[in-house]
Design a protein around this ligand. Structure first.
Ligand SMILES: CC(C)NC(=O)[C@H](Cc1c[nH]c2ccccc12)NC(=O)[C@H](CCCC/N=C(/NCCC(=O)O)S[C@H]1O[C@H](COP(=O)(O)OP(=O)(O)OC[C@H]2O[C@@H](n3cnc4c(N)ncnc43)[C@H](O)[C@@H]2O)[C@@H](O)[C@H]1O)NC(=O)OCc1ccccc1
Length: 225
């Protein structure tokens, strides 16, 4: 029985030095998402997309979990299966903070995916167009991330947890990308209480039962402990 669902976004990892998307100077300000985060962009220019995710992978490797990741890992150990830790983030900072299980609904930059046979494996440090799949040999290797227009991962499991949880907590997300941005309303529709922990009010902030504003590395441990 899932009692609590936590959904996190780029704001959770901001204090670990990983850029957010929409903030000034954020990723989407520097890279047009149509070019680097869509299947069409990958088909058009795979070298550009690999460069983008190779840089994100280097940033991820160089980063360290912050106090918010550590607090969520502690909570996961205390609550076990009563907590579902869902993230839109493709970094592995929650796992490196000790979280036993993280549901990456938008994939993982440290993993590779074969576009031909769907084989998955730990990503090499850098990927290049034409890298062969270790299972089928096809030159269809891509980062194991969900691009715009693609179906997010684990939606059935997430929907089941949203239907039974008593508390939904949104951390460090602007609430601008769907279907993730609709999860709070789905949980509320099933009677859950909703709490937002964010630096600034998100797009749906006023529709949460409670919103606490501040940097994640401070307000998440305050909430957990
Ligand atoms: C742009 C948007 C309008 N477009 C979409 O939502 C699209 C289309 C769409 C679908 N339904 C819709 C309905 C309406 C409108 C549009 C749509 N969605 C899709 O294409 C999705 C797939 C989307 C996934 C794309 N891949 C990502 N990531 C992986 C790759 C990569 O990372 O490169 S999305 C990517 O961007 C999003 C960024 O959002 P945030 O994480 O919230 O980051 P942001 O910078 O925006 O905000 C940061 C927040 O943190 C706060 N903050 C900053 N610092 C701190 C701090 N220190 N502490 C605390 N908080 C902090 C800030 O205040 C701010 O609020 C994340 O989801 C992230 O994963 N697929 C899909 O819909 O499939 C079919 C379907 C339909 C129905 C049901 C099922 C399936």
């Amino acid at each position: 029985m899932t009692r609590i669902v936590v959904l996190s976004g780029a704001g959770l990892s901001a204090e670990s030095g990983l850029g957010t998307f929409r903030d000034a100077g954020g990723l989407w300000a520097r890279y047009p998402l149509e070019d680097v985060a869509t299947p069409q962009g990958f088909a058009r220019d795979p070298a550009l997309v690999h460069d983008f995710y190779n840089a994100r992978r280097e940033n991820c490797i160089a980063a360290a979990p912050n106090a918010a990741h550590a607090a969520l890992a502690r909570l996961a150990h205390v609550l076990g299966p009563e907590l579902l830790l869902v993230t839109q983030n493709i970094d592995d900072l929650l796992e490196r903070a000790g979280a036993p299980e993280v549901v990456h609904m938008h994939g993982e930059v440290m993993r590779a995916l074969c576009g031909a046979c769907e084989h998955r494996w730990d990503a090499p440090r850098a990927m290049h167009p034409g890298d062969p799949c270790p299972a089928c040999g096809a030159a269809a290797t891509r980062p194991d991330v969900v691009w715009f227009g693609e179906y997010p991962y684990h939606l059935d499991r997430i929907a089941a947890a949203l239907a039974e949880c008593a508390l939904f907590v949104s951390i460090g997300t602007s609430g601008s990308v769907y279907p993730a941005a609709g999860f709070f309303a789905e949980a509320a529709g099933h009677g859950a209480r909703t709490l937002e922990l964010n630096l600034d009010p998100s797009e749906n902030s006023g529709r949460f039962d409670e919103a606490r504003l501040g940097p994640a590395a401070r307000i998440v441990p305050d909430w957990v402990d």
